[in-house]
Structure formats: C-alpha cells, structure tokens
Unconditional design. Structure first.
Lengths: 130, 315, 264
C-alpha cells in the first residue's frame, strides 16, 4: 500500500524530481541518471513536468500533491490510498483534479480515497459533471 | 558540467596532492630514501643518552643515537646512525663529546679539527668523551673563589701589602723632595712616577678583586637555581664564564704589574734597611698569586675554547 | 530525609539520561559502521551525497577557514618566537611551534569551526526532519534514511575535518618556516630535521585518528541529538542546544585524552 497523506511530507531541501527519484535510486539501485529519467517520466505522465525543479516550499498545494502522488505511484505498489485529500488540495476542486490525474496515470492497482463523509457530495458533483 | 562536483573534485585532488607531497617529504626527512652510516661509541657512562639523542657537527644535527647497551665487559656501547651524505664530516681524528647543557636535552658533539684527515669507516668504534658543564661549573667557581680569597688575603686592610705599602711610604717619606730618593735612584721623575702609579694600580686591583669576589659568590649561589630556571641559562653561563675570564685576565695583568713594581721596590729598597724583609715576603706571595691566576686562566681557556667553538644561531 | 531521597533520585535520573544518550549514540554508530560494510551502500547515490556534504562542510568554507588558520598561526608563531628569543631558547622555537599548532591547536580549532558551522546545521536539519515527519515519509517509501541522510554526513564530516586540519597544519608549517628563517632556503635542512624528529609514525597516526574522531563527534552527536527531538516544533532549539553542548564536551574530551596519551 502506498499512501498519499498530509503527514507524509516531501523532503524539504530536495526538488520534486529528486524526491521522486529517491525511490528507484535507493530501492531498486538504479543509477542516478536512470532514476532521474524515471522520475521525470512519471511527472510527464501526470502532466506536471514543469514542477520538476521546484522545492517543497515553492510549490502550490496542488503541485505538492502531484509530487506526493508521483512518489507514491513510482513505488509500484498494488494499492494506492489517498488520505483526506481535502487537507492537501485546498486550492482546487479536488475530486475532479484527482479524477483527471487518475485518468492520466497508467497504473494497474486500485486507487482508494479516504475522506470525511460530509465531503461525499463533492465527489458526486465531480462524477455528475463528467 | 556539474560545478559543485568540479569544485569538490578540485579540492580533493589538491588535498591528495598536498598530502602525498607531505608524506614523501616526511619520508625524505626521516631518511627513508637515504643510505645510512653507523658508528659505535664506547662510553664510560650513558647518563643522559637515550635513543633519539642527536649527534651534532658545528651545531647541525647529522645523526642520532639509535640504541644503547652494555657489552660483554660491562662497557657501554652506543649505536648512532648517520645519513651517508653526512658521513664525510666524521674523520679519523674527530672527537665525540657528550654535551649535557643545563637546559635542554643531551647531545653528542662531533669536532673534526682536520677535515682532510681520512674518513671513519662504517661501523667503526670511537670513544665518547664527557663534558658536563653542570658538574664542572661549581668546581670552577670554587677554584676562582680560592684564588680570589688568596689575593684578598694578600691585600686585606691590615695585611702584608698594606703594611708594606705603609712601610714603603715611611721609607719614601724619609727621602727628600717630591720623588725623593726614588728619583735619585731611578734617575728621573718619570721613572719614579711609574713606581707610585704601580702602587695606585695595586689599590685599584684590590677594589676590583673585591667586587669580582662578590660576583663570584653570587654566582655560586645561583648555580643551583640555574639548573631549574626557565631562562636562557646556557647563554648566561656562557656570558658569566666569559666575564670570569676577562676579570681573571685583568687580575693577571694587574698582578703582573704588581710583580714588576715589587721587583722595582726590592731594587729600590735594597739600600734601605727598614721594610726590606716585608717586601721580600710580599714579593713571594704575589708571585704565588700570579702563577695561580695564570694557571687558572689557562685552564679556563682550555676547557671552554670560546673562540674556536662555532655555533649556529637562529636569526 | 525527603530532600536526600529527592536528590539521589534526580542524580539517578541524570545518570540514566547520560546512559540513554550514550547508548543511542553508540548504537547509531554501530548501525552506521555495519552499513559501511554493506556492499549496497557503496553506490553512486551515496557517493553523490557524500560529495555534497564535503562541499558544504569543507569546500564552501575553505577561503574563510584558511584565512582564519593563517591569522591564528601567525599570531601563535610570533608569540612563541618572541618569547623563545627573550628566554634564549630559539633552538626550541620551531619544535614548539609545530607541536602547539599542527598537533594540537589547529585540529582543535578546526573541529570547533566545523561544529559551529556544520554541526549546528546538521542538528537543526535532523531535528526539523524529525518534527516534520519527513523521516516517517522516507520510512514509508522504504528509503533508508541512514544511507541517504546520515551516513554521508558522518563520512563528509570525518573527511572534511581531516582534510581541513591537514591543510591548516601544512599552512602553519609553511608560515613557521617563513617566520623563523624568512624567504630563503637556508633553514630547510634544520627545519626538515625538526619535522622528522616530531612526525614519527605514531604521531602521524595519532593525529589522523584524532582528526577523524573530531569529525565523527561533530556530525554523529548532532545527528543523534536531532533524532531524539520530540515531535514539537518548539523543541528544535532545545535539541540544538543540547547537541552542541555534547559536541563541545566530546571535542574537549578527545583533545584531553589525546594529550594524556601523548605526554603522560
């Protein structure tokens, strides 16, 4: 299970790209260039290639969320849990935003979103508009 | 190109280069690349000698003691190692002296009076002499004091010299005229004046010897303190010894003057009945003092060849 | 009676606290050393982080550090030389200079310099990482923080202190030569003799080990101090304060022990 949550922050003094590249680098022992390439590919896939060199404090909440998501996706675990997205994505209509990202990401596992039930209505709206 | 990596690389390369250069320099300094030359020094006492004690030639270290031990006969054998390039200073007629200065570590001094002499062979055995300033200085001071006591005894207020001088005064006083009979005997006022000047010389000598005796007394007391004093005692000792020598030279010349005067006085008073006996005794005693002072000065000169000892000083 | 019991209790608490800190530190060190033996540690990524650490701890401060070493060395050499001249001990001045500066003072000051600059930074950073949950995030992603964050810092610290102390020492040797003999090659032989006399194998090995221990102390202690920070932001300054105190005590202890081993 890979989690995307508020209490799992990015490394503050590394760029988005480096944060993502850590995983192939240290888990699968790819070399630095290959890891960076994989991380960049992941960002490209999520349509956020431009944030690669930003660090945590310079990102908008949405960009930070995308980076965290990319980091979770590159783990290649079968289950992806997004824990209370409202806490992380307070600057965008997040159900729709997540839906778009989910459509772009090519991933075999399941996505699960845990959220407070009073936000249910937001998801319904997002589904209706599609 | 990664600028950070380049800088770190530059730093690492420079540091490695410097470290390597330093290691090579250190190996060079410790003689790793040089052939060595060995000597065995036979000594009567190894007091103060330990592995690492330097062997110096003209104040420059040319080798050091490596090991020391006893041989079958109970004699002491000290092994010293030299660099091959320094071996040329070691000649057949070189003397090896163990120097133990009051301050600082012991060292073995090499003196090669004749650099054209044949070189010492490798692994030769030579004799190690001892010159221990800290032991000999008090003895020397004692001797100087003894001589000065003697001179002082001669010249004390109610001593022979003063008495004789009083006698002489009476003798000369009896004679008429400014230089009186002296003038008559010596033929001219100038010559007579020379004799009275000599008498003045003796008085001055008395004063000087007194002050010298005081100084030497002080020195003897200080000797003990010097051993522990933090200051540059070695140099002070040097100066003090030079001073002793100068003063003794002074005393010597003054005594010689007195001697000459006595000769004159004896000649003068040959005809004068009173005082002759006194002057003869005095004469003998002054002779004695002069010869003693001479011997002492010679000994000091021999022991400390001040002029011939070269010393390398830092600027 | 109550008072006595209370003071004994507080003493006991303190001793237990010291033991906990010491144990945590050595356990951490043991873990780090074990990782050093692990082949997977020696990859390009770790190397890159080490390079970065060396850059931040050594290369970045090099000009300032060398300037500072120059001033200190020049002052000490001048003082030793003039004192030696006053007491007529010029023959011992060069040896004294080398012993005081190269073997003792410069490594010590280097360690202090690096501790103040990098040690405090490391302590703050690790404490913030701990408080911000960044370490938990790394653990969740199964990225080992030891290999990625801490080991490179330890290696970088050791390498930096050894190299900086070495460079400062070489600078002091050069400066000492220039102060004693001036710009001439005349003193090369006697100076070389003095250096040869001082730097035997034992002294060199001792110097390097001492610098390495200094380097370890100024990085290991801040890291462990940062790791024990409770997850509250206001505890970060407290953690840095404690860490720096421990670093100072460790540096002084290493210096005292090395002096005792050398001269007693």
């Amino acid at each position: 299970m890979a989690r995307v949550a508020l209490d799992l922050p990015l490394r503050a003094n590394l760029s988005a790209l480096e944060n993502i590249a850590l995983i192939p680098l240290y888990q699968r022992h790819y070399d630095a260039a290959e890891s960076t390439r994989q991380a960049q590919a992941m960002l490209d896939q999520l349509d956020h290639a431009g944030i690669a060199l930003l660090r945590d404090p310079d990102m908008t909440p949405a960009q930070r969320f995308v980076t965290k998501l990319a980091r979770a996706l590159i783990l290649k675990r079968p289950r992806l849990v997004i824990d209370r997205p409202g806490a992380m994505l307070y600057d965008v209509p997040y159900p729709a935003f997540i839906g778009k990202l989910a459509a772009r990401a090519d991933m075999t596992g399941t996505w699960e979103i845990y959220d407070f039930n009073w936000n249910q209505v937001l998801y319904n709206q997002a589904l209706d508009s599609e | 190109m990664n600028k950070l990596h380049f800088k770190v690389g530059l730093f690492a390369a420079a540091s490695l280069l410097l470290a390597g250069a330093f290691v090579v320099y250190l190996l060079h300094a410790r003689g790793f690349f040089e052939e060595t030359f060995h000597l065995q020094l036979a000594a009567s006492s190894a007091d103060g000698v330990a592995p690492g004690v330097p062997v110096v030639f003209s104040g420059i270290e040319i080798g050091r003691v490596t090991t020391l031990g006893l041989n079958e006969e109970g004699g002491i054998i000290i092994h010293a190692t030299f660099f091959k390039r320094n071996a040329k200073w070691l000649k057949e007629n070189s003397t090896f002296t163990l120097d133990k200065p009051i301050v600082g570590g012991a060292k073995i001094r090499v003196d090669s009076p004749d650099l054209d002499a044949p070189a010492l062979p490798d692994d030769a055995t030579v004799l190690l002499l001892t010159s221990d300033i800290s032991k000999e200085l008090p003895a020397l001071v004692e001797r100087v004091k003894a001589v000065l006591d003697n001179v002082e005894h001669l010249t004390r207020k109610d001593g022979e010299i003063t008495a004789t001088l009083a006698n002489l005064q009476t003798v000369t006083g009896r004679m008429t005229g400014e230089y009186g009979m002296l003038e008559g005997i010596l033929g001219s006022p100038e010559k007579a004046r020379a004799v009275t000047d000599s008498l003045d010389g003796i008085r001055a000598l008395v004063g000087r010897l007194d002050s010298l005796a005081l100084k030497v007394d002080g020195m003897a007391v200080k000797t003990d303190q010097w051993l522990f004093a933090p200051a540059g005692v070695a140099e002070q000792t040097h100066e003090a010894l030079a001073q002793i020598r100068l003063m003794l030279n002074d005393a010597q010349s003054s005594l010689e003057k007195a001697d000459a005067m006595m000769t004159n006085a004896v000649a003068i008073s040959a005809d004068v009945k009173e005082g002759t006996q006194d002057i003869a005794t005095l004469r003998a005693e002054v002779d004695d003092a002069v010869s003693k002072a001479n011997a002492l000065v010679n000994k000091i000169n021999k022991m400390w060849p001040f002029a011939s000892e070269p010393e390398v000083k830092l600027p | 009676m109550n008072f006595l019991a209370a003071s004994i209790e507080s003493l006991g608490a303190k001793v237990v606290g010291w033991f906990t800190v010491g144990y945590a530190m050595f356990a951490f060190l043991a873990k780090a050393s074990l990782l050093l033996l692990d082949r997977t540690t020696w990859n390009r990524a770790t190397f890159d982080v080490v390079v970065k650490q060396v850059y931040f701890t050594a290369v970045q401060i090099l000009p300032v550090f060398l300037g500072y070493a120059l001033v200190i060395s020049w002052l000490i050499i001048t003082i030793i030389l003039s004192t030696a001249r006053d007491f007529g001990l010029t023959a011992f001045a060069s040896e004294m200079t080398i012993r005081v500066l190269v073997l003792e003072l410069l490594p010590f000051l280097t360690a202090l310099f690096v501790a103040l600059r990098s040690g405090s930074a490391i302590n703050t950073e690790v404490a913030l990482m701990q408080v911000n949950n960044e370490l938990d995030a790394l653990a969740h992603c199964k990225v080992p923080p030891m290999q990625f964050e801490f080991l490179p810092r330890l290696i970088g610290g050791v390498v930096s202190v050894v190299i900086l102390a070495g460079l400062a020492g070489l600078l002091a040797l050069l400066l000492g030569y220039l102060s004693i003999y001036g710009v001439s090659t005349a003193g090369f032989e006697p100076y070389t003799q003095t250096i040869a006399k001082i730097f035997d194998f034992k002294i060199m090995a001792g110097l390097i080990v001492k610098c390495a221990l200094f380097g370890l102390a100024v990085t290991l202690i801040p890291v462990t101090a940062g790791l024990e920070t409770p997850k509250k932001l206001f505890m970060v300054p407290v953690s840095v304060l404690r860490g720096m105190m421990r670093v100072f005590f460790a540096i002084v202890t290493i210096e005292v022990v090395s002096l005792a081993l050398k001269y007693i």
